[in-house]
Design a protein around this ligand. Sequence first.
Ligand SMILES: Nc1ncnc2c1ncn2[C@@H]1O[C@H](COP(=O)(O)OP(=O)(O)OP(=O)(O)O)[C@@H](O)[C@H]1O
Ligand SMILES: O=P(O)(O)OC[C@H]1O[C@H](OP(=O)(O)OP(=O)(O)O)[C@H](O)[C@@H]1O
Ligand SMILES: [Mg+2]
Length: 282
Amino acid sequence: MLRIAVPNKGSLSGPAAEMLHEAGYQQRRESKELRIVDPVNEVEFFYLRPRDIAIYVSSGRLDIGITGRDLLVDSAAGAEEILPLGFARSTFRFAAKPGTAHTVQDLKGRTVATSYEGIVAAYLADQGVDASVVHLDGAVETAIELGVAEVIADVVETGTSLRNAGLEVFGDPIMKSEAVVIRRTGADVEEPKVQQFLRRLQGVLVARTYVMMDYDCRVEQLEKAVALTPGLESPTVSPLHNEGWVAVRAMVPSKEAQRIMDDLYDIGARAILTTAIHACRL
Ligand SMILES: Nc1ncnc2c1ncn2[C@@H]1O[C@H](COP(=O)(O)OP(=O)(O)OP(=O)(O)O)[C@@H](O)[C@H]1O
Ligand SMILES: O=P(O)(O)OC[C@H]1O[C@H](OP(=O)(O)OP(=O)(O)O)[C@H](O)[C@@H]1O
Ligand SMILES: [Mg+2]
């Protein structure tokens, strides 16, 4: 039975459970459940604090985990990312009162408050900057106002929290993060059960980012049409009863679907339909 760590709280928890559900796995019914078995899929889910997930996975007691890339790096645990999941996207940045710092070099001799001490200490060491790091559990934006630090380093998504605290980002982004699937460093990723789990999640990712497009076009326009909808491998082309016409079917990125439909229409394609993909194995 595959043992999988899933975030039990915070920004990662809802979207992770949703993705697992879409991938056909049973999920917990209430937020107090810490562990459930999905006997049909031979998987056991452990609901753990997102920060602890890399530690459990690196110990080898759990086969796989879902966590944030920033949390994985911060933990310095012996686990590695094997699949990015595209949700809980954020950037990790320094911020301060406007005009008080411009580059990481301005941190020399100053104090930085953060919940991600591992990332910050490693970055400062890499940049050769000697600064103090104060660990806070959350709401770090307030640390400057209350005089605990002159600079903060935190997760930025929309930037609303920084603006509300009258702070501005400075310096280069320290890292970009998103939810990721992790596995113990050096453990076999080719293991069939692990591969099956990854294929299911990849299926959800593809279903979320692609739509199926069907249309009819004249044979003379087929090459132009296929150039607009090359599909993942190659589009399906079937003859129509009306001679000189073909039906084409291909997957296209959802974000581009409307533009592609316009372009297909302009070259004479008709009966252009897009439909959602619910699941797939590529
Ligand atoms: N707006 C956001 N706020 C916090 N974390 C976010 C946000 N957007 C994405 N994330 C990601 O979610 C993960 C943090 O999850 P975690 O549960 O530790 O914190 P949280 O969502 O702030 O919850 P809590 O406030 O309960 O600690 C990180 O990988 C982070 O990059
Ligand atoms: O750029 P934004 O969209 O404002 O999102 C980023 C903010 O969200 C998180 O805080 P959270 O609400 O989780 O509280 P915390 O700081 O106590 O973890 C994070 O720590 C930032 O403060
Ligand atoms: Mg938080």
